[in-house]
Design a protein around this ligand. Structure first.
Ligand SMILES: Nc1ncnc2c1ncn2[C@@H]1O[C@H](COP(=O)(O)OP(=O)(O)OP(=O)(O)O)[C@@H](O)[C@H]1O
Ligand SMILES: N[C@@H](CCO)C(=O)O
Length: 300
């Protein structure tokens, strides 16, 4: 019979930036901005409390994304607790392109496993990652949120997801510029064309390969390596100020991209350039200097 652990379990999950320019739906990077969540099994009911980023916009019932992910992970392990208390302290802004939904899903599956005695025997990391990526629909944010670091991920022909870690040069840092209003991933994906010119696809593949090498240890190539051909320009109508900022930064030699589905802008830098870059944050936006390739979900 399945038993649950006594007392609360905690998880810390990172923000993530997907695409990084040309690596659409494939590349993802964990960032040093984290949500902290606590859950415990109770005798009955569901009690959800949320503070911080996005608190006003999320439900407190079974439709809450973390709860949905927890329920799916409990099902995977063949059990459901009699009652559940969940507390979320959010820092990752919602609908900004910093992987808030993936962080919520990864936190949920990790918490559920942590609450089941011997949970790691019922659902290993590979199974939990598959479940989290299925809930999100694509793995590029889920992979670094789960495993940490810089990940290359995708989906095999049989429908299974894969994720492979790749090194990040310790000299590389990032600055993110977060606008005051969001754009949902659903809206941003709706702007993409069904087909792109073969020449664009070929150019994009080359830049993606260069980006993996540039991040691993040749950051001098990051400007060329972050040129995208598949999504950013198509999304301009939903986030013109973000694309204008990307254009201005790139014209000055700064490797800047739309983070995930936007509208946040991420720029790569090093320790000597980071503070000056934060100073270029547009009025009313939030600029953050962040470490890259940080830890994935951490349970305690
Ligand atoms: N911590 C959270 N708790 C509950 N729901 C969340 C949480 N984070 C995100 N969500 C849900 O996911 C939505 C945002 O998901 P969306 O995919 O649009 O953006 P994102 O994940 O922040 O950005 P991107 O996928 O481009 O990196 C929120 O509006 C909310 O419904
Ligand atoms: N690759 C995704 C990331 C956001 O979830 C996109 O750009 O739509």
């Amino acid at each position: 019979m399945t038993t649950f652990v006594d007392g609360p379990v905690r998880v810390s999950v990172p923000a993530t930036s997907a695409n990084l320019g040309p690596g659409f739906d494939s590349l993802g990077l964990a960032l040093s901005m984290r949500d902290e969540l606590t859950a415990e099994v109770t005798t009955s009911g569901l009690d959800v409390s949320v503070t911080g980023a996005g608190a006003d916009g999320v439900s407190r019932d079974e439709t809450h994304l973390v709860v949905r992910a927890m329920r799916a992970a409990f099902d995977l392990m063949g059990t459901q607790p009699p009652g559940l208390r969940l507390s979320c302290t959010n820092v990752i802004p919602h609908a900004r392109g910093l992987g808030s939904s993936s962080a919520a899903i990864v936190a949920g599956v990790a918490l559920a496993r942590g609450l089941v005695a011997g949970g790691a025997l019922l659902a290993d990391d590979a199974e939990l990652f598959q479940l989290a990526a299925r809930i999100e629909g694509h793995p590029d944010n889920v992979a670094p949120a789960f495993y940490g670091g810089f990940t290359i991920s995708g989906r095999d022909e049989d429908g299974d997801f894969y994720a492979v870690g790749s090194p990040v040069d310790p000299r590389v840092e990032a600055v993110v510029f977060v606008p005051p209003t969001g754009v949902s991933t659903e809206v941003a994906r709706g702007l993409l064309p069904a087909e792109v010119p073969h020449a664009d696809a070929a150019a994009d593949a080359g830049r993606t390969a260069l980006l993996v090498t540039a991040l691993a240890g040749q950051p001098e190539h990051l400007l060329r390596a972050t040129r995208d051909y598949l999504h950013q320009q198509y999304r301009r109508p939903a986030m013109p100020e973000s694309l204008d900022l990307v254009d201005r930064l790139r014209a000055d030699g700064v490797p800047a991209v739309v983070s995930g589905a936007g509208p946040t802008v991420l720029a790569f830098t090093d320790a000597s350039g980071a503070d000056a870059l934060v100073g270029r944050c547009p009025d009313g936006w939030a600029g953050h200097r962040l470490e890259v390739g940080t830890a994935g979900a951490q349970l305690s």
